[in-house]
Design a binder for this molecule. Structure first.
Ligand SMILES: [Zn+2]
Length: 60
């Protein structure tokens, strides 16, 4: 049986916390804090490092 979820190392950029919620300080009309989420640019929100794929496009 093939293993689909391979153990991957934790992303060193976000240390395993790829999605960060940032409080902007402003409040919405409902009185709730307005937050924005930012994904880790290194792992794109996965929390794991992926196999580096170099996209080499030569020419067009
Ligand atoms: Zn990351």
């Amino acid at each position: 049986m093939p293993q689909h979820t391979l153990p991957r190392p934790i992303c060193g950029h976000c240390d395993g916390f790829p999605i960060v919620t940032i409080t902007t300080g402003t409040r919405t009309a409902d009185g709730q804090r307005q937050t924005i989420t930012a994904n880790c640019p290194a792992c794109y929100g996965t929390g794991h490092t992926t196999t580096p794929r170099v996209h080499t496009r030569i020419g067009a």
